[in-house]
Design a protein around this ligand. Structure first.
Ligand code: SF4
Ligand code: SF4
Length: 418
């Protein structure tokens, strides 16, 4: 599988479907979506109004799918979109959108603006107008197996370290195991302590689990860049691995978009239902808790809050499981002002964290998370997405805040009863 060759701006015509046409037709330009987007609220810049970000798509829709648009174009009174114009839009479509889905929840007309941005990205990939940083990540995932060049050898080395540190065997390619665990390259590369944490928790709960040598990476760079072809190939890789090992459950790790890509987009991408269940790690751990297989001891001493990753809470529907788990080990848990499905993004989802030139903007819009954290005066933030963790750690460091950022799985592993 390779990425398709650029087709020019005409590629945008092909991504316009009935929902997109209906959304453009119904938009009343009320601006409500602006107030839902942290890129607008934190900068006040009207270019960051969500519906404005899809302006090239509107132009193509108008010129190709409306009577007046076609007439004006035929008379030479409206100029077609050029590839240069489309590329100029790249910082709005990619750097200034985390695909957090918040705008779609507030539009009074029900316009799914996040879907429109996703479709515009699809057109931009086909037109050859996507950011080089994301193209590189997609290419590495297809060729090496991971966007951060985490190879099978890296995984095997991490397994060796984990077994040495914990004394627990980490199964690889264990046919007939109940559960296949995926990892995200962010976790392996930045937070190698995740594998020992998983090993400890699964061992105590007596989970029959395995890693897979042909499908260890959960990250789906295809979803981030907006290429269904790449996304499909990466989902298929996991499906093939799970079917080869005959597992019953595939667990998506602490990574936001990996979960929505595999659980919600995956079956549509490959055109059939899976023969196994997909759960986010917090859903699985919460099941173990409910079955009495996960017991903990001791409590966290610090005041703690939870950051909902957009793809897991708003887009994925997983809100209660992480809270059930945190409450097992924390008496002093407080919520931020807008949480769950109404949460605010860390600022680095949707591929933004992989775009180097977006760093200043990302840090600027972190002011939303900073003000949320300052308001409740917490010293510890728990989250369930390694990308959110990384982005919040960066924001905390940049703003010299006295806040620790931790993974929920790792925090639980510290409290698992021995
Ligand atoms: S909230 Fe909906 S109707 Fe209002 S400007 Fe945004 S997309 Fe248009
Ligand atoms: S999906 Fe999120 S970041 Fe993107 S435009 Fe909508 S509110 Fe803004």
């Amino acid at each position: 599988m390779t990425m398709s060759l650029p087709q020019g701006v005409n590629a945008l015509v092909n991504v316009i479907d009935r929902p997109i046409a209906a959304y453009f037709n119904s938009c009343v330009h009320c601006g409500f979506c602006a107030e839902a987007c942290l890129f607008y609220t934190e900068t006040g810049d009207p270019r960051y109004t969500p519906i404005h970000k899809v302006e090239p798509l509107r132009k193509v829709w108008k010129q190709n799918f409306t009577f007046w648009g076609r007439l004006l174009r035929a008379l030479g009174l409206s100029k077609p979109l050029t590839l240069e114009e489309l590329k100029e839009w790249q910082p709005l479509v990619y750097d200034a959108c985390t695909m957090c889905g918040r705008c779609s929840t507030v539009c009074p007309l029900g316009n799914d603006i996040t879907y429109m941005i996703r479709k515009l990205r699809e057109g931009m990939v086909a037109a050859g107008a996507a950011p080089e940083d994301l193209e590189g990540a997609a290419f590495r995932t297809l060729t090496v197996g991971s966007p951060m060049q985490v190879t099978l050898e890296t995984i095997k080395a991490t397994i060796r370290h984990t077994e040495k540190e914990t004394g627990i065997k980490v199964p690889l390619d264990q046919e007939g195991a109940e559960v296949m665990m995926l990892l995200s390259s962010n976790e392996v590369g930045l937070y190698p302590e995740i594998m020992p944490a998983l090993a400890r928790v699964f061992d105590k709960a007596k989970v029959s689990w395995t890693l897979c040598s042909t499908a260890y990476e959960a990250t789906n760079a295809g979803i981030q860049i907006g290429s269904s072809d790449v996304a499909r190939t990466l989902v298929q890789r996991i499906v093939d691995g799970a079917e080869r090992l005959r597992v019953k459950i595939v667990i998506s790790p602490e990574c936001g978009h990996a979960y929505t890509a595999l659980r919600w987009d995956g079956p549509n991408l490959i055109g059939r239902p899976y023969g196994f269940k997909v759960l986010h790690i917090t859903e699985f751990l919460d099941q173990l808790r409910a079955e009495g297989r996960l017991t903990t001891s001791g409590k966290e001493s610090k005041r703690i809050t939870y950051h909902d990753p957009c793809q897991i809470a708003r887009r994925g529907g997983v809100v209660e499981p992480p809270r059930n788990l945190i409450k097992m080990v924390a008496d002093n848990f407080v919520e931020m002002d807008e949480t769950g499905t109404a949460n605010w993004c860390c600022g680095g989802g949707g591929g933004v964290s992989s775009i180097e030139r977006a760093i200043p903007l990302r840090r600027r819009v972190f002011s939303k998370k900073k003000s949320q954290l300052d308001a409740i005066n917490v010293k510890k933030v728990v989250t369930t997405c390694a990308n959110c963790r990384h982005m919040i750690e960066d924001g905390v460091e940049y703003n010299k805040m006295d806040v620790e950022v931790v993974s929920l799985t790792e925090m639980l592993a510290e409290h698992v009863q021995t």
